[in-house]
Design a protein around this ligand. Structure first.
Ligand code: TRP
Length: 447
């Protein structure tokens, strides 16, 4: 059975904070250890450009976020960990999707609508200061998800609409081009993961300026925790854990026993200073070993760069095959490719069909080759001991037609390694034409 594909992106426009760690990094890394799933985690640096026009910051944030995920235990051999901008199939797919996306759908996106409402409220032109990048953000995100046919996308609630749009867009493409190209993704909201409050009690978020950066040195971490707002209850006075942001942060790091003990301490009137010291110690106990790894990682950007490039190379094994199929589907394809509909009798002379021929060589083995309508050999098989084996592959190739993903596997079986650099486009085109021919013939037979 094939595994469920779980995919999520992290926009590289800031410095990771405790809220990102508790709400995204820690649960995602735990999920990536599941054996029944295949995880895709990527750095959404193209998305960062929508929010951030500072090149140094985009680069620094990419480094910090990559180092954070690795330091927290993401295993880049087990998951696909890559940078969005290293996958050229993503912007290419973005354009294919753009061309089937209703403009009205994008008009309804929350982030865009919020910008328009703010402008209207201020008496400005509705689109003042709105870039086409902000407007197109959901389409780029749909391409991120659809290019790997993800089943599940773990995100925060604020992203649910984007996943719904990815479904809409994927479904529309499937419908218009009449095929099962895209898996329709589902948002996965982690119900039991806490949203961490920030130092002022509101949700910890860069936009409220209430964050505690994840990788503060121990001393600075202690200071930041001492700065968390509390009420003015004196030492010895009972305190309510359930309305305390300090308690909520403690709970996100502590186990059940520790949490219960802290609850009692609150009832017993622990001093805020003491509670803050306990919180600092608990958080630091978890982060100190990770911090050490983080520091070693950010000090060696070249190594992270290598890891990201290796991740992208693995990811592209899939996206490249898939985009070939999509290009073919939309008609961005070799001029050798025969249109699926047979030319009418009075129409232009039909191009000669490609040929897929089996034969036996003097060495006694069985071979086949694929040539286009002009007779150029596109694919030469290796030798097979049995004609059955060669025949099975020939049939499977025609069946695969323009299914580039299936082809990728088949080509590995049919051709010696050094032949696999062969242009895939013309091979896909020729096989698609043969398949169309076969389907047409079968139809005649059964009709
Ligand atoms: N928009 C997401 C956020 O701000 C980041 C993101 C970009 C993403 N592409 C994605 C998340 C694809 C999930 C899947 O959090």
């Amino acid at each position: 059975m094939s595994k469920r594909r779980i995919l999520t992106g992290i926009t590289t426009s800031g410095t990771p904070h405790l809220g990102n760690y508790v709400g995204a990094i820690r649960p995602a890394i735990a999920a990536s250890r599941r054996d029944d799933a295949e995880s895709f985690y990527f750095l959404a640096d193209y998305h960062a450009l929508v929010k951030c026009g500072d090149p140094a910051r985009v680069q620094q944030s990419t480094l910090e976020i990559a180092a954070s995920w690795l330091a927290c235990g993401l295993d880049p051999d087990k998951v696909l960990f890559y940078r969005q901008s290293d996958i050229p199939e993503i912007p290419e797919l973005t354009w294919f999707l753009t061309c089937v996306t209703a403009k009205g759908l994008l008009n309804r996106a929350h982030a865009y609508k919020a910008a328009v409402d703010a402008n209207t409220g201020a008496g400005e032109d509705a689109d003042a200061g709105v870039t086409a990048g902000l407007y197109m953000y959901p389409v780029l995100m749909a391409a991120d998800i659809l290019v790997f046919n993800a089943h599940e996308v773990p995100v925060g609630r604020d992203q649910i609409q984007h996943i719904e749009m990815a479904r809409d867009i994927g479904q529309r493409f499937n419908h218009l081009y009449d095929g099962d190209f895209f898996t329709l993704p589902e948002a996965r909201i982690e119900e039991n993961v806490a949203t961490l409050p920030g130092t002022d009690g509101r949700k910890m978020s860069k936009s409220y300026d209430n964050t505690i950066p994840l990788w503060l040195p121990a001393n600075a971490l202690r200071k930041a925790i001492l700065g968390i707002m509390t009420d003015s209850r004196a030492p010895g006075e009972a305190k309510d854990p359930d309305s305390s942001n300090l308690f909520a942060i403690y709970q996100a790091f502590a186990n059940a026993d520790e949490t219960a003990a802290m609850r009692t301490a609150f009832a017993d009137g622990i001093a805020w200073g003491e509670a803050k010291q306990a919180l600092f110690e608990r958080v630091d106990a978890e982060l100190a070993p990770l911090r050490e790894r983080y520091e070693a990682l950010v000090a060696d950007p070249a190594r992270i760069e290598q890891q990201l490039l290796a991740g992208a190379a693995r990811a592209r094994e899939r996206s490249r095959a898939f985009i070939t199929r999509l290009r073919h589907a939309v008609g961005v394809r070799s001029l050798d490719a025969r249109p699926a509909a047979p030319a009418s009798v009075n129409g232009p002379v039909a191009a000669a069909l490609p040929q897929l021929k089996s034969y036996r060589e003097a060495d006694g083995r069985f071979y086949f080759k694929l040539a286009n309508g002009s007779g150029d050999v596109l694919l030469q098989s290796r030798g097979f001991d049995s004609p059955k084996e060669a025949g099975r592959l020939v049939a499977a190739l025609v069946d695969a037609g323009d299914d580039a993903a299936a082809l990728e596997t088949l080509l590995r079986e049919c051709a010696p390694a050094d032949e696999r650099a062969l242009a895939h486009g013309p091979i896909v085109a020729a096989l698609a034409a043969l398949k169309a021919e076969k389907v047409a013939k079968d139809r005649v037979k059964s009709g």
